[in-house]
Design a protein around this ligand. Structure first.
Ligand code: FAD
Length: 836
C-alpha cells in the first residue's frame, strides 16, 4: 500500500512511524512544506530565554534518522498543492526548485496543522512584528534579539503561546507588555481562576492590558509604536503576534473535502474525511468535544499525536479504532505558576446549554508542615447529578497531577462522589492525607447532598452592588484577618464565637458566610443550619477567590516608555495600587539602611504578615527587610499592610513560586500638637477562661492587634492564669488545696485540655489541637511567646493567683503581677477592651 502523509510534525510524523511499525511493506511518503520534520513546536518559546539552551534540542528527529529508522521517503521543502481524488494523485511542488510533479496514493493522510491568524492591520508588515509557529519563525526572532538592542517587547494575545512568549521575553530581562482583547487571559480558565494569573503577572512586573486591542503599528527609526484601541501608544523593539490559529484547510477545500461548521476538516469516528481514502488529524480537523458532544476546534499536541497513531492503525488494519472525542486537557507554565484545565468551563457550558454547579477550593500542594507547600486552587464543574464536566487548576506546584487525575476521572466516567474515594499517593512531601482532588470532591458532594450551599464571587458582588439591605454578610475569620481586609459591609463574627451570637442574626433573612478559603465558612454554615437558619450560603473559594476576582486585573503603565526605565514604584502604587519593582541596589544610597531578610515560606495567612510586623518592629527607621513567602496572596496582602502601617513597600516580585517583598521601615510620624482628644488605639483583653478555643481567639486577636501596631495588654484572671503558667515550674511546697488545684489544672498554654463547646470530656480539645497542627496553625504557647516578644503587656491577676494558689515562680517570664487597678488603668487607655 502507498500512503502519502501531508505535514511532517506532530500528527504526520507520529502517523508515519506508526505505519512503519505496523507494516514493513508499506510505501510511505512524508511531505513537509518546511525545512524540518518532527520539531518541538511546543518548546519554541523556551529557546527565546535560553531555558532550552540549544536550538538543536528542538529538532526531535532528523530527516536522515527518520529515513534510516523508518524507511520513510521524507520530502521536506515540498508542498502539497492539490489533490485529484478521482485519480488519487497529489500534486507536489519542490519549494527549492519550483518544480511540480504528481505522486499517486492508495491512502492519503492530512496533518497540515493550523495557520496563525494575522489580521490586515496597518503596519503589520513591520520588520519588528513576528509570529511563532515553526523553527524559521524562531530563527527570525532570535536573530532580531541578537542583532538589536531589544529592551521593550509587546506581545499581542493572552493565549497559551502569547503567555509563554511573554514569560520568556521577561525572563530574558526585556520589559514586556501583554495586550489581550478580552477581559481575561487564558480563555480555557474561568475569570476568577485567570485572576490568579493576572495577579501573579503583576508580581512578575509584566505590564498587562486587558480589554484592549491593537489598531495599528508605526515604524520609527529605532522602535515601533503599537497603537491600541484605547488610545494608548506602546513603544516596542519587538512585537510578537499570538492571537490564535485557524485550521489549515487550503488543500482540503481545494479537493472539495467536507469542512465542518467550525472551519475544521470534517472527519468521522475513524478520522476519515468525506473521502474514505483520505484521513485527517491534528489542528486541521473538527473534533467532537467529549462533554458537550458538539463540534469544536482543539489545537493541542496530545490529541494530534493520538489521532496520528489511530489514523495509522485504521489505514493499515481497516478502521479498527474509534476516536472518542477530545476533552481539551491542557496545561501551561504561566511564569512561576501552572494553569491547567480539562473539559468545559462556565462560558462553554453555558454556550452548550449544559446545566452545571461549581466549587473552588484552595489546598496545599502537600502537607503544610512539610517545607515548601504551595497553594493549589481547583475549580470543579459538575452536573446536578454529579457528572464531572470540567476542572481548572492554578498554582506553583502539584497542579499537573491534580488536573490529570480529574481528566482521567472524567475519561473513566467517575463522578464527583468518586473523587472523594480516590486513593491517591500520600506522604508529607507529596500531598496530604486528604488530597486537593479529594477535597474538591468533598465540597462538590456536600453541595449535591444539600448539606452545603455556595454562592460564587460574581453573584455576591452583583448582589452587593444592588445594595440588597436584607443580605447579612458575615466574615467568620478571626478579628485579625478581618482587620487586614474584608468585603465591604461584612460583619465579623469569628466562627469560634458564632454560637454565642446567633440571636444577633435573623434566621429568616438571606445570609452569606465567608472565610479565607471556604472551610471555616462551611463549618459556620453547618452551625447555622442546625440552629434553624434556612437561607444561608457560603462564598465559594472564600475571601481569597473573591478578592482576587474583584481586584483590578490589568497592570497598566508600569513602564516609562520615553526613557525606558521602570517608573517610581511609589508613583505607580499611588496611581493604581499595582506593581512595583526596584532592586535593593537601585535604592538611593542615602535612604538605604542595613538589609535584613525574613523567611515566611510555608506560613498561611496571616502568618507571613505577623512575622513581617515583628521583624519590622525590631528595625530602625531606614533599615530594609526582604521577606520571602509562599502564600501567593502575600503580594496583595503586603500592599494593604504597608499602606495601613505607613511603611515603604519598595518592591514585590515573584520567583519560583515564592513572593519576595522589600520593605523599608519609616520613622514614626511626629506627634502633632493638638487639642483634640487623643485617639485611644490600645487593646486590652481580659483572659478569664482556659478553654483552648477561647484562648486561641484571644491570642490571635492580640497578635493581630500587635501586628497592626497597636499596644496590647492582656489581663489573666482565674482559669486564664493557666495560659501563663510555665511547664517547667519549680517544685513549691503548697497547702493541700493549692496542690490539688495545681495538679488538676493544665500545666501550661500548650496543655489546655478543654474547649467551650463539644468538649466531649477533653476529646474536643484533642481534635482541635490535631486540626490546628495539620493546618499549620500556631500553638497557643507559640502565640503567647510572640506576644511577649512583640512587647505585649501580660498582667496576672494577684487576687486570682491567691485564690488558686499560683505563685509568681510558676508563671512564664515577662508577666507582671497586678490588681484590678492595673487592669482598669490599661482599659482606661484602650479603645477596645474584650473579655474572653
Ligand atoms: P503541526 O505540528 O503544526 O504540523 C503541521 C505541518 O504541516 C507544518 O509543519 C506545516 O508546514 C505542514 N504543512 C501544512 N500544509 C502543508 C502542505 N500543503 N504541504 C506540506 N506541508 C504542509 N500544544 C500542546 O498541547 N501543548 C503545548 O505546550 C503547545 N505549545 C505550543 C507552542 C507553540 C509555539 C506552538 C506553535 C504550538 C504549540 N502547541 C502546543 C500546539 C501543538 O504544537 C499543535 O497542536 C500540534 O503541533 C498540531 O499538530 P499537527 O500535526 O496538526 O500540526
Amino acid at each position: 500500500m502507498k500512503i502519502i502523509i501531508v505535514g511532517g510534525v506532530a500528527g504526520g510524523a507520529t502517523a508515519a512511524a506508526r505505519i512503519r511499525r505496523n507494516d514493513e511493506a508499506a510505501e510511505i511518503v512524508l511531505v513537509e512544506r518546511g525545512h524540518y520534520i518532527s520539531f518541538a513546536n511546543c518548546g519554541l518559546p523556551y529557546h527565546i530565554s535560553g531555558t532550552i539552551a540549544e536550538r538543536e534540542q528542538l529538532l526531535v528527529t532528523s530527516e536522515s534518522t527518520f529515513k534510516d529508522r523508518y524507511r520513510v521517503d521524507v520530502r521536506s521543502r515540498t508542498e502539497a498543492i492539490a489533490i485529484d481524488r478521482k485519480t488519487k494523485v497529489v500534486r507536489l511542488r519542490d519549494l527549492a526548485s519550483g518544480d511540480e510533479y504528481d505522486e499517486s496514493y492508495d491512502k492519503l493522510l492530512l496533518s497540515p496543522g493550523a495557520e496563525p491568524i494575522r489580521p490586515k492591520l496597518p503596519g503589520i508588515d513591520s520588520a519588528r512584528v513576528f509570529g511563532l509557529r515553526n523553527i524559521p519563525d524562531l530563527d527570525r526572532i532570535m536573530s532580531h534579539l541578537d542583532q538589536n538592542s531589544v529592551r521593550r517587547a509587546v506581545v499581542i494575545g493572552g493565549g497559551f503561546i502569547g503567555i509563554e512568549v511573554a514569560e520568556n521575553l521577561n525572563d530574558k530581562g526585556i520589559s514586556t507588555t501583554l495586550v489581550e482583547g478580552t477581559d481575561q487571559i487564558l480563555a480555557p480558565l474561568d475569570y476568577e481562576m485567570a485572576a490568579i494569573v493576572h495577579s501573579h503577572m503583576r508580581d512578575k512586573n509584566v505590564e498587562l492590558y486587558l480589554s484592549d486591542r491593537v489598531d495599528q503599528f508605526e515604524d520609527k527609526d529605532d522602535h515601533t509604536v503599537v497603537y491600541l484601541a484605547s488610545g494608548r501608544r506602546l513603544q516596542a523593539d519587538i512585537i510578537v503576534l499570538a492571537i490564535g490559529v485557524r485550521p489549515e484547510t487550503t488543500l482540503a477545500r481545494g479537493a472539495a473535502l467536507e469542512i465542518g461548521a467550525t472551519g475544521g476538516i470534517k472527519v468521522n469516528d475513524h478520522l476519515q474525511t468525506s473521502d474514505s481514502d483520505i484521513y485527517a488529524v491534528g489542528d486541521a480537523i473538527e473534533i467532537t468535544q467529549t462533554i458537550s458532544g458538539k463540534p469544536a476546534l482543539i489545537p493541542l499536541a496530545g490529541p494530534a499525536n493520538r489521532q496520528g497513531r489511530m489514523a495509522a492503525d485504521n489505514i493499515i488494519f481497516g478502521n479498527t479504532k474509534q476516536y472518542k472525542g477530545t476533552l481539551g486537557t491542557a496545561i501551561l507554565k504561566a511564569f512561576d505558576l501552572a494553569a491547567a484545565s480539562t473539559g468545559l468551563n462556565e462560558k462553554q457550558l453555558r454556550a452548550a446549554d449544559v446545566p452545571f454547579l461549581s466549587c473552588v477550593t484552595h489546598s496545599g500542594s502537600h502537607a503544610s508542615y512539610y517545607p515548601g507547600a504551595k497553594q493549589v486552587s481547583i475549580k470543579l464543574l459538575f452536573s446536578p447529578d454529579g457528572q464531572i464536566l470540567g476542572a481548572q487548576a492554578v498554582g506553583a506546584d502539584g497542579v499537573d497531577k491534580r488536573l490529570d487525575v480529574i481528566a482521567t476521572a472524567i475519561y473513566g466516567g467517575l463522578n464527583v462522589e468518586d473523587l472523594t474515594d480516590l486513593e491517591l499517593a500520600y506522604a508529607p512531601p507529596f500531598g496530604s492525607a486528604k488530597d486537593p482532588v479529594n477535597m474538591a470532591g468533598y465540597v462538590a458532594s456536600n453541595i449535591l447532598n444539600h448539606s452545603h450551599e455556595l454562592i460564587d464571587w460574581r453573584e455576591l458582588r452583583d448582589t452587593l452592588e444592588i445594595k440588597d439591605a436584607k443580605l447579612q454578610l458575615i466574615d467568620v475569620r478571626t478579628a485579625e484577618e478581618f482587620e487586614f481586609g474584608s468585603i465591604p459591609t461584612a460583619r465579623n463574627i469569628d466562627v469560634n464565637q458564632l454560637r454565642e451570637h446567633l440571636d444577633e442574626l435573623d434566621p429568616e433573612q438571606p445570609l452569606v458566610l465567608f472565610c479565607q478559603v471556604g472551610i471555616r465558612g462551611y463549618i459556620a454554615y453547618r452551625i447555622l443550619k442546625q440552629h434553624g437558619f434556612t437561607q444561608i450560603r457560603n462564598l465559594s473559594g472564600g475571601y481569597k477567590t473573591y478578592s482576587w476576582a474583584v481586584d483590578k486585573q490589568s497592570n497598566p503603565d508600569i513602564f516609562d516608555y520615553e526613557d525606558l526605565k521602570r517608573r517610581d514604584p511609589a508613583e505607580i502604587e499611588a496611581d493604581i495600587s499595582g506593581s512595583c519593582e526596584v532592586s535593593a541596589a537601585l535604592i538611593a544610597p542615602e535612604s538605604s539602611g542595613e538589609l535584613h531578610t525574613l523567611d515566611a515560606i510555608g506560613l498561611q495567612c496571616p502568618g507571613p504578615i505577623m512575622k513581617t510586623y515583628k521583624a519590622m518592629n525590631a528595625l530602625d527607621a531606614g533599615e530594609l527587610l526582604e521577606v520571602t513567602a509562599s502564600d501567593p496572596a502575600f503580594g496583595r496582602d503586603i500592599r494593604a499592610w504597608a499602606k495601613k502601617t505607613g511603611n515603604d513597600l519598595l518592591s514585590v516580585k515573584a520567583e519560583k513560586g515564592l513572593v519576595i517583598v522589600l520593605l523599608r521601615k519609616t520613622a514614626p510620624a511626629p506627634v502633632a500638637e493638638t487639642t483634640a482628644p487623643a485617639v485611644r488605639d490600645k487593646l486590652t483583653l481580659v483572659v478569664f477562661s482556659d478553654d483552648l478555643d477561647k484562648v486561641m481567639a484571644s491570642m490571635i486577636i492580640a497578635n493581630g492587634a500587635l501586628a497592626m501596631g497597636k499596644p496590647v495588654s492582656l489581663f489573666f484572671t482565674f482559669w486564664g492564669l493557666d495560659v501563663i503558667r510555665r511547664e517547667d515550674a519549680p517544685h513549691i511546697n503548697k497547702p493541700m488545696m493549692d496542690r490539688m488545684f495545681s495538679t488538676m489544672l493544665p500545666s501550661d498554654a500548650d496543655h489546655l485540655n478543654s474547649i467551650s463547646k463539644m468538649d466531649m470530656h477533653g476529646m474536643g480539645a484533642k481534635m482541635i489541637r490535631k486540626v490546628m497542627h495539620d493546618k499549620g496553625v500556631e500553638t497557643p504557647g507559640n502565640l503567647l511567646h510572640s506576644l511577649v516578644e512583640g512587647g505585649a503587656q501580660l498582667i496576672a491577676c494577684q487576687m486570682s493567683m491567691d485564690v488558686m494558689g499560683i505563685k509568681e515562680e510558676e508563671l512564664i517570664d515577662g508577666v507582671e503581677i497586678g490588681g484590678v487597678a492595673a487592669f482598669l488603668g490599661e482599659a482606661g487607655e484602650s479603645g477596645t477592651t474584650l473579655f474572653i
